[in-house]
Design a protein around this ligand. Structure first.
Ligand code: PEP
Ligand code: MG
Length: 843
């Protein structure tokens, strides 16, 4: 026997009706709350997910019964009610029930223009959403009139070869069916999945009696909100438009009234002070009960106020932070809830200027979003031009096939960086994030030609040097022209919010800072110390590069020692400054890491200039470059391998660090520098470097008659170092996982080339995410677990941390905290994000 399943096809929403957002959706739930708050909500009926799913499958509920729930024969609207507001849904349909007979009645009672406006709106929405006609078939007349109605009905009949439905029940059937089916379409499913909804998410619908908004006495519609949606400051914003419906007031801003008194024009407050006061009271009630800032949608019909809905205000990230801080300060939500409500990534928006979301954008190219924020400027194709532009205070966007360490100064000078090649941990990406400059990498559909100073897009359009473009590093796009921006918005609420995060978190957040400027920035962003100072970045300034190159070209150890002696005071000065800026907070300095060839010129012109500077034949320079060229420099002579083959470099650096530590300690607490050895794969490497560092420390103490303590650590960047962490830990005090290289080496995946196929890999589900962005907790993560466990077993007081780009990624931070790491370290602009992510993982 077939089992009979009975369920309620619809529920009239009352104070006590059984409405469940998991069955009826957020809007139905919210409308019930508004009714419970005694707000004048027109009669509303909710259709559950089950009912709507049935409608899509051809099981139509009894619509006559639904309409009779409204008594009489009112007009109704239907709006979507998915489980979460952000999952969206099909567009609303207003004025269901309008037909020729009602129209004639209304012409008599309301006048031709008002009646025509109502009917036209319905005909057009029905034609487009239910009968799937093109919306450009219907022009919006300046003044709605009988002629316009007749034309619209005729167009409908011609296109559908059918009459426009006149029976309200038949109209409602059409609307319900089209909305239910639209939700089940593939495109809608993909869209909501992109917004975080499960594929099988349900749709509820709410049918509501129309408050017309057109009529004899004061009638109209509007929206009111109680904050500025950009800054989050308390302020009544919104518009009201007489003789209008829905969100017309926001569309027709020219004619719409302000809500509060405003020197720019008349306001609702002056026109209807009582209604205005009631709206303000309702807004306060909504804030306290809904525990959020709501946008109240209201209609006035012949002097009567109706509240149609109260939806969360769409707000900028800056406003979102201010709102939760305000709610927590007013004890409406807890501080913990405030912290949990802001996705850490949203803080990027607060720290960087971004493109005004209201502005139209013409995209030239899509690449990989490598460093957030937006900037406009003239296109330039070389670092030298970028520097020249900056010297004249001209904003420029540096476009290169890829960047090399030589470009660092140009990157400093540019407002934005674009590269044709590279992935999220390529040179351009890492440096740009460190500088806080927006960056797009892996824009492989363009050809960037340095010689002709052009950028050619896939369709053959050529952009020349000097043309203005806007770079959107948050979306990974380059746009035509200078697009309007919204400024960065750090404010007092932002600082309080992060202060609360600091009270909660139990893992430190350090910063990857290479220069005194970075260190100062990091202090402002609230870093607990420096987790990675990549010292080689200090060698790219003009005066230092020459000394560096002399060192590389030295044939004899004495010549090398001379060049290093020139570099020593420069490094010492930098370190002293950094120690002073960090004022007692820990500073971890990594010894020299990159292959030496990175310091040599790559083009003919550069080679000639270097030959002149060194007073050597060009062929000599070329020979040296050839000798240093490696097939695979990332796996070649770099990191500790360089420290072992040219130990004078590490000797010089250790000396600079120790002397700086003594200088910076003068008159204050002793500085305890942390020294980190990169790219270790064997325990013996550590032993050798350690012995030399110790000898330098002893020498400096004797020479300076000072007392020094320091901590020695190892960067775990090779799988072997992770596996041998137990042995390695016996010789050092901390291990810091350099997950950029560790990911590269674990996957056998070049961090500089991965951009070319990463998109395809993520799309096909080979990787759920780019493993250079979000730590691969399964594979690379297992190496971290092994390394941490073996290291700690050998040395229980071992300090553990992560300093690859993952140190600024929320999920990776949660993983590290779960593994009992002491700190994460990330680029300066990601420090606030990391502070919040760390707090959230502790909640
Ligand atoms: C790393 O490899 O994770 C790291 C931090 O070092 P770099 O990015 O300088 O290679
Ligand atoms: Mg590395």
């Amino acid at each position: 026997m077939q089992k009979l399943v009975t369920f309620k096809e619809f529920t009239t929403i009352t104070r006590s009706a059984s409405i469940d957002t998991r069955q009826h959706g957020w809007r139905a739930g919210r409308l019930q709350t508004l009714i419970q708050l005694d707000l004048p909500v027109p009669r509303t009926v909710a259709l559950s997910f089950e009912t709507v799913h049935g409608i899509a499958a051809g099981r139509m509920p009894d619509v006559e019964r639904i309409l009779s729930a409204f008594g009489g024969a009112p007009l109704v609207s239907v709006r979507p009610s998915s489980q979460e507001a952000r999952w969206g849904g099909p567009g609303a349909v207003l004025n269901i029930g309008m037909n020729d007979a009602r129209y004639e009645d209304m012409v008599t009672t309301l006048g031709e223009a008002a009646a025509s406006a109502l009917y036209l709106r319905f005909i057009q929405t029905y034609a487009v959403q239910v009968s799937h006609l093109d919306d450009d078939l219907f022009d919006s007349p300046d003044t709605p009139s009988r002629t316009a109605v007749e034309t619209a009905l005729r167009e409908y009949e011609i296109e559908t070869e059918d009459y426009f439905p006149q029976n309200p029940a038949e109209q409602l059937v059409g609307v319900l069916r089209s909305m239910a089916r639209a939700w089940e379409s593939t495109s809608a499913r993909l869209l909501r999945q992109a917004r975080g909804a499960p594929a099988e998410a349900g749709l509820g619908l709410v049918v509501q009696e129309m408050a017309l908004g057109v009529g004899a006495d004061e009638s109209g519609s509007g929206v009111m909100q109680f904050i500025d949606p950009v800054t989050g400051q308390s302020q009544i914003t919104g518009r009201y438009l007489g003789q209008s419906q829905g969100r017309d007031a926001l569309v027709d801003r020219e004619r719409a009234l302000y809500l509060t008194r405003d020197p720019r024009g008349p306001s609702l407050e002056e026109l209807c002070p009582d209604i205005f006061d009631r709206l303000v009271q309702y807004g306060e009630r909504c804030r306290t009960t809904l525990r959020d800032e709501a946008q109240v949608e209201f209609t006035i019909h012949e002097g009567d106020l109706a509240i149609l809905d109260a939806i969360p205000v769409i707000r900028s990230a800056q406003a979102a932070v201010r709102v939760v801080v305000g709610l927590a300060e007013d004890n409406i939500i807890s501080r913990h809830e405030a912290l949990s409500r802001i996705p850490p990534r949203a803080l990027n928006e607060v720290l960087h200027p971004r493109i005004d979301p209201e502005t139209p954008r013409t995209r030239i190219v899509q690449g990989i979003a490598a460093s957030p924020g937006a900037a406009a400027g003239k296109l330039v194709f070389s670092s030298t031009t970028a520097q020249a532009m900056a010297a004249q205070d001209e904003a420029c966007i540096l476009a290169k096939r890829e960047t090399t360490p030589e470009d660092v100064r140009g990157m400093h000078a540019a407002r934005g960086i674009l590269t044709e090649r590279g992935g999220t941990t390529s040179h351009a990406a890492v440096i740009a994030r460190g500088l806080g400059v927006p960056c797009v990498v892996g824009a492989s559909s363009v050809t960037i030609d340095r010689r002709s100073r052009t950028m050619t897009t896939a369709d053959g359009t050529i952009y020349k040097e000097g043309e203005i473009v806007t770079l959107d590093g948050t979306a990974g796009e380059v746009l035509k022209g200078a697009v309007a921006m919204v400024a960065a918005g750090r404010d007092d609420a932002f600082e309080s919010f992060l202060g609360w995060a600091d009270e909660v978190r139990d893992i430190d957040v350090r910063v990857n800072a290479d220069t005194p400027e970075d260190a100062a920035l990091a202090r402002r962003f609230g870093a607990d110390g420096i987790g990675l100072c990549r010292t080689e970045h200090m060698f790219f300034a003009e005066d230092r590069l020459t000394a560096m190159r002399e060192m590389i070209f030295a044939d004899l150890p004495e010549d090398r020692a001379d060049a290093l002696a020139q570099l020593l005071p420069m490094q010492r000065a930098d370190f002293t400054q950094i120690f002073r800026i960090m004022a007692g907070k820990p500073v971890c300095i990594r010894l020299f890491d990159p292959p030496l060839h990175e310091f040599l010129p790559h083009d003919r012109q550069g080679i000639i200039e270097l030959a002149e500077a060194l007073n050597r034949p060009v062929s000599d320079v070329q020979r040296r470059i050839d000798a240093l060229t490696e097939f695979n420099p990332m796996l070649g002579l770099r990191g500790v391998r360089l420290g072992l083959t040219l130990p004078e470099i590490y000797d010089m650096q250790a000396r600079a660090i120790f002397e700086a530590a003594l200088d910076a300690s003068e008159g204050g607490a002793p500085v305890v520098p942390e020294i980190m050895i990169p790219l270790v794969s064997a325990c013996r490497e550590v032993e050798i470097v350690k012995a030399r560092v110790e000898a330098i420390s002893a020498a400096v103490q004797t020479e300076r008659r000072g007392k020094l303590t320091y901590r020695l650590g190892v960067m775990v960047e090779t799988p072997r170092a992770a596996l041998k962490a137990g042995e390695i830990a016996a010789h050092c005090e901390f291990l810091s996982f350099g997950t950029n290289d560790l990911t590269q080496m674990t996957y056998g995946l070049s961090r500089d080339d991965a951009g070319r196929f990463m998109g395809a890999y993520v799309r096909q589900g080979v990787f759920s995410e780019d493993p250079f962005l979000s730590l691969d907790t399964d594979g690379v993560g297992e190496l971290l677990q092994i390394g941490a466990a073996r290291g700690r077993a050998a040395r229980p007081d071992l300090t553990l941390s992560i300093c690859g780009e993952h140190g600024g990624n929320s999920e990776s931070i949660a993983f590290c905290r779960g593994e009992g790491f002491d700190y994460v370290s990330c680029s300066p602009y990601r420090v606030p994000l990391a502070r919040l992510a760390a707090a959230q993982s502790a909640l």
